[in-house]
Design a protein around this ligand. Structure first.
Ligand code: GNR
Ligand code: NI
Length: 158
């Protein structure tokens, strides 16, 4: 396992539409392991492959329940709305309010390329939307309501 470099806003790789994964390979398995390690080291709740420079439709999420691997994820249902603070490891030190569905149902492949369905509300719903946006080359900064704020040191410690 190894840490990967997290690409930051301004890097073109973050604005590209990622390619579907057609088969699991040893390289992709290693990428997924490295993405978890990189996400945990950075104290994130999610990480998408383009954030480490790989234009494939892969994301990892851990909001404190089970770690989730998403491959070729698609949102198939949403309900309600939530507006809350969002940040991104590719936009260090900044945060802003974004409106997302309060519930999302995602169909995806897991690490074994087996079809799965994941339902989430609140932070999990927000994280799945945020990661799927990355796979389509979109960053939260373009969805912020009002101002993009500087995260204070106290908030960083939370
Ligand atoms: O660590 C992260 N926290 C977060 C908080 C609110 C909404 C989305 C996120 S995802 C972010 C990690 C990241 O940049 N994933 O792409
Ligand atoms: Ni992000």
């Amino acid at each position: 396992m190894a840490l990967r470099t997290i690409r930051e806003i301004g890097d073109d790789v973050l604005n590209k539409v990622c390619k579907e994964v057609t088969e699991m390979t040893p390289r992709i398995a290693t990428l997924i392991d490295d993405m978890f390690e990189t996400m945990y080291e950075a104290d994130g709740v999610g990480l998408a492959a383009p954030q480490v420079g790989i234009l494939k439709r892969i994301a990892v999420i851990d909001v404190g329940e089970d770690p989730i691997v998403l491959i070729n994820p698609r949102i198939v249902a949403t309900d309600g709305e939530q507006t809350g603070q969002e940040g991104c490891l590719s936009v260090p030190g900044k945060c802003g309010d974004v409106t997302r569905p309060n519930y999302v149902k995602v169909v995806s492949l897991d690490r074994d390329m087996k079809p799965i369905e994941i339902e989430g509300t609140e932070l999990l719903a927000r994280a799945m939307c945020h990661e799927i946006d990355h796979l389509d080359g979109k960053l939260f900064v373009d969805k912020v309501i009002g101002e993009l704020r500087v995260v204070t040191e106290e908030e960083e410690e939370e």
